[in-house]
Ligand binder design. Structure first.
Ligand SMILES: [Zn+2]
Ligand SMILES: [Zn+2]
Length: 173
């Protein structure tokens, strides 16, 4: 698990070292994006843009998109895209962990792999593909949505995650 916000200086050093070892220059938007991801794992792009702007002032959305593409390419950031959700980003890379996603509110949490490193990469048939990732998503209802469902609250209505809920999903914790 990612520890909660370390002192900014410590994170900064860690991020600068990570960028350097990936052969990337340290820039304000890259550091701000990494900072945002440390605070908000599984954040979507809108959430990250808000955080980066809060830290740096005016930054274009395109600049943040570019930073994310670069960081994903360098494998410093992992991109996941649960069905029906916008792309989500996190700093926890390389362990091929799984995710649980709430069908109602879109909340996402990490689940450690049950069988070990990079599970399910040895399927019975690869069809000649060179495989490098297996992604498992468990779908269900998060604790607060379960409570609403069992208490018979009208919030019980089963609705697919729509754009509005997704965009709100990042805010309420
Ligand atoms: Zn939920
Ligand atoms: Zn995760």
């Amino acid at each position: 698990m990612m520890t909660t916000a370390t002192t900014e200086g410590t994170s900064r050093e860690t991020f600068v070292a990570a960028l350097r070892s990936a052969g990337l220059r340290t820039t304000g938007p890259r550091l701000a994006t990494l900072n945002a991801l440390e605070l908000r794992p599984h954040a979507d792009t809108d959430t990250l843009i808000r955080h980066v702007r809060a830290e740096l002032g005016t930054v274009s959305a395109q600049a943040v998109y570019n930073v994310l593409a670069t960081l994903v390419q360098a494998e410093l950031v992992r991109r996941i895209e649960p069905a029906g959700s916008s792309a989500l980003y996190e700093l926890r890379v390389g362990d091929n962990h799984h995710h649980v996603v709430c069908r109602l509110c879109g909340a996402v949490a990490d689940v450690d792999c049950a069988v070990g490193y990079r599970p399910c990469l040895t399927p019975s048939e690869t069809h000649g593909y060179l495989l490098d990732e297996a992604e498992v998503t468990y779908w269900g209802y998060c604790p607060s949505c379960r409570k609403r469902r069992t208490s018979g609250d009208p919030g019980d209505v089963k609705v697919p995650i729509d754009d509005k809920q997704r965009n709100n999903g990042g805010k309420d914790d």
